[in-house]
Design a protein around this ligand. Structure first.
Ligand code: GLP
Length: 242
C-alpha cells in the first residue's frame, strides 16, 4: 500500500479521475467499481468531463456499484443508484448493459449477492476500485467485524452508519441493512484507491494507514493490498505521523 497526498479536494479528485481514464485507455474492457457518497462526487464529475473531452472509448467497460441501502428504491435521491444514475450513467449515456448495481429491493437478497459474485468472476474480477471510508472505518457496507475474505453480502448497519447516513436524505430515513460488494473482492481487485478528504476523516485515515490490521477496522485491510493506494488531501492526512 502507498499513501499519496494532495493539497486539496480538487487536486485529489482530478488525480483519481485521471487514473481511471488512463486505465480505460490501457484496457478498454476495464471493470470498474466505484463507491457513491460525498467523497467520489468531484471525481465522478471530472471523470465524465475527461472521458468526453478526450473522446475516450468507454463503450466496453463494465461498471459495478459498490453498495446500496437495503429497501431503498432507486428513485430515492439518497440511494447509491440515484448518485450513479445522475452523476455517471446519464452524462455518459451509459447503457444498462454496461452497469451492474446491487438490487436492494430484491426479494431474495442472498441470491442478489450470489448473482453479483458470479458476474464479477465472469468479468475476470475488478480491475480498478475507488472506495471511500466511513466514520467507523467501513468500506462500502463492510462494517467493523466483517471477515476480510467475505464477498457480496448483506450487512446489519452499525449505529454510526445509520446516523452519518442521514446526511444523504432530505427526510429522516430508517436505515437497517446494506448490501455490499465484499472485502474479498477488494483484495482480489488489481488496483484499489481509497479516497478521503477533510478534517473529519483525519482520524480514520490515521488508523487506516498506521493502525493495526484488524477486521474491527475494515479499512486497515488496505495495508495488505499490494496495489492499494490511500489517496488523501492535506486535511485528511493531518494526523499521519510518517
Ligand atoms: C457510506 C457508504 C460508503 C461510503 C462511505 C463514506 O455509508 N456505504 O460506500 O464510501 O459511507 O461516505 P462519504 O464519502 O459520503 O463520506
Amino acid at each position: 500500500m502507498k499513501t499519496l497526498r494532495f493539497s486539496n479536494y480538487e487536486e485529489l479528485s482530478a488525480y483519481a479521475a485521471n487514473e481511471i481514464v488512463q486505465s480505460i485507455k490501457e484496457k478498454p474492457t476495464l471493470t470498474l467499481c466505484l463507491a457513491s457518497g460525498h467523497t467520489p462526487l468531484r471525481t465522478a464529475e471530472l471523470l465524465v468531463k475527461q472521458l468526453l473531452d478526450e473522446k475516450v472509448d468507454y463503450s466496453r467497460i463494465s461498471f459495478f456499484g459498490l453498495d446500496e441501502w437495503v429497501g431503498l428504491p432507486p428513485e430515492n435521491e439518497g440511494s447509491c443508484f440515484y448518485f450513479f444514475k445522475t452523476k455517471l450513467f446519464e452524462p455518459l449515456q451509459l447503457p444498462p448493459s454496461q452497469y451492474h448495481l446491487l438490487n436492494a429491493m430484491a426479494e431474495d437478497l442472498d441470491a442478489e449477492c450470489k448473482k453479483m459474485d458470479a458476474l464479477i468472476d465472469d468479468k475476470g474480477g475488478i480491475d480498478v476500485m475507488l472506495v471511500g471510508i466511513g466514520m467507523n472505518g467501513h468500506i462500502g457496507f463492510n462494517e467493523p467485524g466483517t471477515p476480510f475474505n467475505k464477498f457480496c453480502h448483506i450487512a446489519e448497519l452499525d449505529d454510526t452508519t445509520k446516523t452519518v447516513g442521514q446526511k444523504y436524505f432530505k427526510e429522516q430515513t430508517a436505515l437497517h441493512q446494506g448490501i455490499t460488494i465484499g472485502l474479498g473482492h477488494l483484495m482480489n481487485a488489481k488496483k484499489v484507491f481509497l479516497k478521503a478528504d477533510g478534517k473529519r476523516k483525519a482520524e480514520v485515515i490515521q488508523k487506516t494507514v498506521e493502525g493495526d490490521i484488524t477486521e474491527s477496522f475494515p479499512a486497515s485491510i488496505m495495508q495488505q493490498h499490494a496495489n492499494g493506494f490511500v489517496i488523501v488531501d492535506e486535511e485528511a492526512a493531518s494526523l499521519l505521523t510518517k
